[in-house]
Design a protein around this ligand. Structure first.
Ligand code: ADP
Ligand code: MG
Length: 738
């Protein structure tokens, strides 16, 4: 049923043709036990490879069940091998990390057997080779003889008519060798066994035919027992591997080599951590940049004659400093509270008129700075009286002057109210609707805290945990709140995740580029719409949501600070450079306001955003390559395994899918591991403050995206690796590994 007629095989090597087999004629029948001998290099392995369909032949014909095979493609031979051939190797070619059971089971899993059919079959065959005691032992712990018995069991479970064994006893001592041959003979009755061995004695009692080879030719073909039948070789049945079996193998492979699992875990963990840290840090610094730039960048007054100054040692200005600055020849005047120059305020009539509320936008100054003549009214006599400079054409002035002059005004977003406009000076430019408000020094003092607040970051700690403060949470001073206490919006209790906040302490910390200050205060009450005015002294509930009201003194301790930044206005703009030099000589850091005229920062922020994305992508790509190479090194140790799968009949897609599943599970576990570390840091179980901070900048969408990237990456790796396994033909891969 297996017949070779005049088969010749040549090896082409660097232009030299050598002959591997020359005119081989051989007929083999079911039930035969054929022993091939011959000195090394005589062509025994070549013959077995041709018979196994692992190597091609160039001349002659090979018939299986009467079918001719010389036209077979590599794929045809793969099918041929699955149907007819089981190989046993000198070096066993088992999966060392699998148990005996798993090694035998592997063939059935690949051949699409269902679980319920597998178990009995595997256990029976293990019993037959006498390894029941070791069925759950890892193959690596077995002796050579036992290993070869596992290999025989694996060959048997494939249920092919032909078993090809190339020096199966070559690595065994004589006793185990005898054992192995005995078993092989016993289990392979009625099959065709072709075996290469140097030790004739061991096989003599079973051999039906002994063939001796020399120089690629058969020089002796001695029939010992006559086997006279014409039984056809019965094809082994197999199906496509099932999805379930792929998962079984994928899961098994994930965990069966623990060191490999841990290594892969750390590689994937490292990628997730690195991307998270890189991306989070980028966002954090972008955010810090936004906060710290406020004070110096958002300037409303960009006049040519304005120079912004800070002290080079970072301390606040003293009266002495101001005297020295004012003494410089080109200095016109110094705006000590320089922040007010750039801080926009809204004045609003307290009582709404029927048609609309009177209001105006503008900038605050001390009444001391007012020069010139009033067009209407008089100069202030009280702290709550103000004069303004504004456009004659402003609606409120042009059409409602009487109402305007009799109204009480409040400054929006502050607790300052009850102001009266007593004098108006018209603006030279009719179309400039920005006002200048001249208020008492008392009010300037009260506003300074508000201005500092506008330019500071707020941090709130409750119950020893930092509260996620969004921009809508504000703090305001109130004369109705006792010192050391706060009254908060009832709705803030949700943000504090505690409904019972009364008499609990809350820590409030403010910081800006000049100073940091914090205070502990007791929550005495919460306000709602109905008790808002009574508790806080403020009028408009709707405009004061999510506010923490505190005593003015406490508020001032946070925000009422000496000036760290001032502005110098000069007389002659042409001499600005020499004035800047003079200021530098006074140990100051001067900057021209006009330098800020072009807002580069919008584009700069845009660039930073784009850079974040680009750098993140580069980081991912670089990480991909680094981890690809690391994973490749880790997987290299698995090459034998996957080649074994291939020898046992797994296709490229099978191998790829099984590896996919393995890497998918491994990377998912690593991702979840990293996520757990992040979550534990966020809820302060782990003390990684920085990581906790970064969590504020990474959204759920971005975590999901990162997970998808990791999964795609692991799929690409398994694809490349599988390609490599299948790059060479089955025969070459096989021969390399064997
Ligand atoms: P054996 O198994 O009897 O020791 P082989 O079948 O392995 O012998 O080798 C038979 C001859 O073919 C040897 O001379 C060997 O050098 C040659 N040969 C085997 N494989 C190749 C190959 N891939 N390329 C070139 N020559 C080969
Ligand atoms: Mg050989």
């Amino acid at each position: 049923m297996l017949e070779l007629k005049n088969v010749s095989k040549f090896y082409y090597n660097k232009g030299i043709i050598t002959s591997g087999l020359t005119k081989i004629n051989l007929e083999m029948k079911m039930g035969e036990f054929i022993v091939i001998t011959g000195e090394s290099g005589s062509g025994k392995s070549t013959l077995l490879n041709v018979i196994s369909g692992l190597d091609s032949y160039e001349e002659g014909e090979m018939y299986i069940n009467g079918k001719e095979t010389s036209h077979y493609t590599e794929k045809d031979f793969e099918e041929y091998r699955r149907k007819y051939i089981a190989n046993i190797f000198q070096n066993f070619n088992l999966v060392n990390s699998y148990t005996v059971y798993q090694n035998v089971e592997l063939v059935l899993l690949l051949n699409g057997y269902k679980k319920r059919h597998i178990k009995k079959k595997v256990l029976d065959i293990i019993e037959e080779v006498g390894l029941t005691k070791f069925k759950n032992t890892k193959v690596s712990k077995l002796s050579g003889g036992q290993k070869q018995r596992v290999a025989i069991a694996r060959a048997m479970v494939k249920d092919t008519p032909i078993i090809v064994a190339d020096e199966p006893t070559g690595n065994l001592d004589s006793e185990s060798a005898k054992d192995v041959i005995d078993i092989l003979r016993k289990v392979a009755q009625n099959k065709l066994v072709i075996i290469v061995t140097h030790n004739l004695e061991q096989v003599e009692e079973y051999a039906t035919r002994i063939i001796k080879m020399h120089d690629g030719r058969i020089i002796e073909n001695q029939e010992i027992k006559k086997v006279d039948n014409n039984i056809k070789a019965e094809e082994s049945k197999y199906h496509k591997i099932t999805l379930f079996n792929k998962y079984r193998l994928g899961v098994r492979n994930t965990f069966n080599i623990f060191s490999k699992f841990i290594l892969l875990f750390f590689v994937f963990f490292f990628i997730v951590a690195a991307v998270f840290l890189e991306y989070g840090s980028f966002k954090l610094y972008e955010d810090l940049g936004n906060k710290t730039s406020v004070r110096s960048i958002v300037l409303s007054d960009l006049s040519e004659n304005r120079i912004i100054i800070k002290k080079s040692d970072g301390t606040n200005f003293t009266d002495d400093d101001y005297i020295k600055i004012r003494n410089l020849s080109n200095v016109d005047y110094v705006a000590e509270d320089d922040l007010f120059i750039d801080q926009n305020f809204t004045l609003e009539a307290e009582s709404k008129s029927i048609e609309y509320t009177l209001y105006m936008y503008g900038y605050m100054q001390s009444i001391d700075n007012f020069t010139g003549e009033l067009d209407i009214g008089r100069m202030p006599e009280n702290d709550n009286e103000i004069v303004i400079i504004g456009s004659k054409k402003h609606n409120s002035i042009e059409k409602k002057l009487d109402e305007f002059l009799s109204s009480n005004f409040l400054i929006r977003d502050t607790n300052i109210n009850n102001l009266k406009v007593v004098g108006i000076k018209y603006n030279e430019d009719d179309n400039d609707y920005e006002f200048k408000f001249f208020v008492s020094n008392n009010i300037m003092d009260r506003l300074r805290g508000y201005v500092n607040a506008q330019n500071s970051t707020l941090e709130i700690f409750f119950d020893d945990k930092q509260v996620n403060v969004d921009t809508y949470i504000r703090i305001l001073p109130s004369s109705t709140v006792e010192k050391g206490k706060v009254i908060i919006d009832n709705d803030l209790t949700y943000i504090l995740s505690n409904r019972n906040v009364r008499n609990k302490y809350i820590k409030i910390s403010v910081n800006n580029i000049y100073y940091e200050e914090e205070i502990d205060l007791k929550i005495s009450n919460t306000y709602t719409k109905s008790n808002f005015t009574r508790l806080t002294g403020y009028e408009k509930y709707d405009e004061n949501r999510y506010v923490i009201f505190m005593n003015e003194e406490d508020y001032n301790s946070l925000y009422y600070k000496p000036s760290y930044q001032s502005s110098v206005y000069i007389k002659n703009v042409d001499e600005i450079e020499s004035t800047i030099n003079d200021l530098k000589n006074l140990d100051l850091i001067p900057k021209k306001a006009s330098d800020y005229a072009i807002d580069n920062f919008a584009t700069q922020k845009q660039i930073i955003k784009i850079a974040t994305v680009i750098v993140t992508i580069i980081v991912i790509i670089v990480l991909f390559f680094i981890s690809y190479f690391i994973i490749r090194i880790i997987l290299a140790s698995r090459k034998t395994y996957y080649t074994t799968l291939r020898i046992l009949g797994a296709t490229y897609n099978n191998v790829r899918r099984i590896l996919d599943i393995e890497l998918f599970i491994n990377s998912s576990i690593a991702f979840i591991g990293a996520l757990i570390v992040i979550i534990l840091s966020k809820i302060n179980v782990l003390n990684f403050e920085y990581i906790a901070k970064l969590t504020n900048f990474v959204s759920i969408k971005e975590y999901i995206l990162l997970y998808i990237v990791i999964i795609i990456m692991s799929r690409m790796i398994s694809r490349r690796f599988s390609k490599k396994i299948f790059k060479k033909s089955a025969m070459n891969t096989y021969k390399e590994e064997v």
